[in-house]
Design a protein around this ligand. Structure first.
Ligand code: SF4
Length: 337
């Protein structure tokens, strides 16, 4: 399940300082911001804080490669964020960046601030996939960056993508396993959305790339969620969030553009876990299903789809789905009636 300890106050910094051109990237479309105005950051933070009430929050520099932007700007943004930490109004600072934008100098700078987590766009640990995406770094860069961050005591969040050029379900499972082994405490999973104006969109038009169908995005995302869950790595998110959306044909030309793709993937994993707990034999049974607190709707599935699938596949009628505080993640308990 998606695990969130803090609210994020997201400050989107689109494409600033990024000389790369990953085939899937159109940061301007994703972040919804054409420009970035540093003078508005305080106002954005204040507005967000005014809506949060008592919730603990972190300032999150997302959208581009934060540690690759102009150094003075980066330090000035960190200074601003740190003032909010020092005054006790936020609990920490987090940021997203690329593996090759982490080095000892960056680690040294970050060590002067209350950086709670760095989200690293690992995307894949298959060098063929990284090359096909023109990502501009290899897996070795990810390994080094993860090691430097974990050695520095920063929480590592691994971001990976599903359905990239040359990726397979197997390479994606391996990527998830690697992210766990690199010491990530949490992960984000992004099924690939093909944005107009990107190289990936051109590749799709030229039939050099087949965009993910929603169904494949769901099953392949569920495969990697399974890996993260079994390794105790929390899932912060599956799929782009609605503000990064999507759905409009003007912005998107294919791929996993379903607004509830994350929810569908999580429900798919629940279906697999429940089926496994019930065993393969098809026999009529009535059961009570227990899941972790907050997981009932995902276990049941949209329009109770998991319950119908269980009945069709195994003859099982789920009489009730209840929360069990002893359960976490995607673990389930079955009680036959
Ligand atoms: S590094 Fe990030 S911001 Fe830069 S092109 Fe790639 S995905 Fe886009």
């Amino acid at each position: 399940m998606e695990k969130r300890r803090h609210a994020n106050i997201p400050i989107f910094i689109p494409h600033l300082g990024c000389p790369n051109d990953c085939v899937f990237c159109n940061q301007r479309t994703i972040s919804g911001h054409l420009d970035f105005d540093p003078s508005k950051v305080v106002c954005e933070i204040e507005t967000a804080l005014s809506t949060l009430g008592d919730r603990k929050a972190e300032i999150a520099f997302f959208g581009g490669s934060f540690t690759g932007i102009d150094r003075d700007l980066m330090v000035s943004l960190l200074d601003t964020a740190q003032r909010y930490v020092d005054s006790g109004r936020v609990t920490g600072i987090r940021m997203s960046t690329r593996p090759d934008y982490i080095d000892s100098e960056i680690i040294d700078i970050l060590s002067h601030y209350t950086v709670s987590a760095v989200e690293l766009g690992i995307q894949s640990t298959d060098d063929r996939v990284l090359a096909a995406c023109r990502r501009g770094h290899d897996t070795e860069a990810s390994i080094k960056a993860c090691r430097m961050l974990t050695d520095a005591g920063v929480d590592l969040v691994g971001q990976m993508m599903i359905g990239l050029p040359k990726a397979t379900p197997e390479s994606e499972v391996k990527t998830a396993e690697d992210i766990c082994a690199f010491g990530a405490v949490a992960a984000r999973v992004y099924p690939t959305v093909v944005f107009r104006g990107t190289a990936l969109c051109r590749m799709a038009k030229e039939k050099a790339y087949t965009p993910l169908s929603d169904a494949d995005a769901v099953t392949r995302s569920a495969d990697v969620l399974d890996v993260f869950d079994r390794n105790g790595v929390g899932i912060l998110r599956v799929g782009l969030c609605s503000s990064e959306n999507l759905s409009s044909d003007k912005e998107v030309c294919g791929g996993a553009n379903h607004p509830a793709i994350g929810e569908l993937a999580m429900s798919e994993l629940f279906f697999r876990r429940i089926s496994k707990a019930l065993g393969d034999e098809k026999k009529p049974r009535n059961v009570i299903l227990s899941v972790a607190p907050g997981a009932v709707s995902k276990a049941v599935g949209q329009k109770k789809s998991n319950l119908s699938r269980l009945f069709e596949a195994l003859g099982v009628r789920v009489e009730k789905v209840r929360e069990d505080s002893e359960l976490t993640g995607y673990n389930v308990k079955i009680q036959e009636l």
